[in-house]
Design a protein around this ligand. Structure first.
Ligand code: 5AD
Length: 440
């Protein structure tokens, strides 16, 4: 049986797309390979959001070339494949295949053609494509699963290449999502993460994201529902109401802000001001007490002044984010921000990034220290990287290290936080009230 190795870069949707690709090729008899060595087909599933991500992939594709035996296929798929298309075939002679996120259905034929010596690219958008009939292969996925509910993006944030790599926004039918989640639950999955570029703008023509949360949260066996990433403007009262009312929906939102300056936000075409973002945060906190908030922030966007940057730092303190991913602005071909003058020198952007990271860590550490001594439900995920410990996660998405037997993996436990590094926690198991009553 032919073996396929897929290496995945970028966001969670790429992880889910890789599972889709493995499922699709599985129907044609391909089995997944853990290593590139000996694989008949090597695919790299790529990200195009920043130049750095693309350069890493180019380097990696150069390395993977050495695993290619005569007749083997090396392909680049995903967002960078979509963005570069045939240019990538021209610039990298060892690449046989270039396929964008809407073209995976054609992979079996394209791979067969590549094995016969043809070099092809498929980067056509298919606004209808949901891969609804494809069963993603989730090898050893355990209790957690990603479920893509929406593809593409209709926002036009001026820094962002995604609308150009993933095409127009479209939502799967609620019934299809529900069927998939029911199937997962029947196989022991208890935590699902719904995925979409602006996932809370989900609308299948009949049902919105609030309906979806209620439906998925109502599936027997599903204990935790997460979603990523929402856009602040799509948190309608209906959606926030569903988050508050559906017990399975976790108390954590990753809410990309990008900047704390309304002037920069306008140039980014984020379609909200600092005040509107803060209002969204306040509504979420009112509806879901104890909700954890994380975010994405870009520094050095064209025209960002020291005063704008100070507003970003003050917003981080004002919101009190539990964590943040911070990025230096990376100019992307085809995006509107390229036309904005007032380039921020790289040294200035780099220095702002360093300061921001210090602020983010400080804010997170203060919040986390206050949580030491509190009790949480955790899902035991896997062995921790160091020692005999287990890696677990709270509903608020805090990573917690716990001592316990490997049999606990996949189960839910009550724990008390005993300490924090500032970012992650250590904890000891505590008996739930019910168990205490029995012991007492
Ligand atoms: N430069 C830097 N960061 C970017 N992001 C998206 N596009 C760019 C860019 N051109 C960041 C945003 C987004 C995250 C996924 O990546 O913060 O939320």
């Amino acid at each position: 049986m032919p073996r396929v190795y897929v290496e995945t870069y970028g966001c969670q949707m790429n992880v889910a797309d890789t599972e889709l690709i493995l499922g699709l090729l599985g129907r044609d008899g391909y089995v997944p390979a853990e290593q590139p060595e000996g694989a008949d087909v090597i695919l790299v599933n790529t990200c195009a959001v920043r130049d750095h991500a693309e350069r890493r992939v180019i380097g990696r594709v150069g390395e993977l070339k050495r695993y290619k035996r005569p007749g083997d296929v090396l392909g680049v798929v995903g967002c960078m494949a979509q963005r570069l298309g045939t240019t990538l075939l021209e610039s990298t002679p060892h690449v046989d295949l270039v396929v964008g996120p809407d073209g995976y259905r054609g992979l079996p034929e394209l791979i067969a053609a590549a094995r016969a010596g043809e070099r092809t690219a498929d980067v056509a958008f298919k606004g209808w494509e949901h891969y609804e009939d494809v069963d993603p292969a989730r090898p050893g996925s355990g209790p957690s699963a990603f479920v893509t509910v929406q593809r593409g993006c209709d926002y036009r944030c001026t820094f962002c290449v995604v609308p150009m790599t993933r095409g127009p926004e479209r939502s799967r039918k609620l019934e299809g999502v529900l069927r998939e989640v029911e199937g997962l639950a029947a196989n022991g999955v208890t935590e699902v993460t719904l995925l979409g570029q602006t996932v809370n703008s989900y609308h299948d023509g009949r049902f919105d994201f609030a309906d979806l949360l209620r439906a998925v949260g109502g599936v027997a066996g599903v204990r935790r529902v997460r979603f990523t990433s929402p856009h602040p403007n799509d948190f309608s009262d209906r959606v926030i109401g569903a988050m508050a009312e559906v017990p399975a929906v976790c108390e954590h939102v990753h809410l990309p802000v990008q900047s704390g300056s309304s002037r920069v936000l306008r140039r980014m075409l984020r379609r909200y001001t600092r005040e509107q973002y803060l209002d969204c945060v306040a509504r979420l906190r009112r509806a879901v007490p104890g909700i954890a908030l994380t975010t994405d922030i870009i520094v050095g966007f064209p025209g960002e002044t020291e005063a704008d940057f100070a507003e970003t730092e003050s917003l981080v303190r004002e919101v009190g984010f539990d964590d943040a991913y911070t990025f230096k602005y990376s100019p992307r071909d085809g995006t509107a921000a390229l036309k904005i003058r007032d380039h921020v020198p790289d040294g200035v952007a780099g220095e702002r990034l360093e300061r921001l990271i210090v602020t983010v860590r400080d804010v997170a550490r203060r919040r986390n220290i206050r949580l030491v001594g509190s009790t949480h439900e955790v899902l035991v995920e896997k062995p921790a990287r160091r020692g005999e410990l287990l890696q677990t996660r709270t509903r608020t998405n805090k990573v917690v290290l716990l001592q316990g037997p490997a049999e606990w993996i996949g189960s839910y436990r009550m724990v008390r936080f005993t300490g924090t590094t500032g970012a992650t926690f250590t904890a000891t198991p505590v008996l739930a009230a019910r168990e205490l009553a029995v012991v007492g």
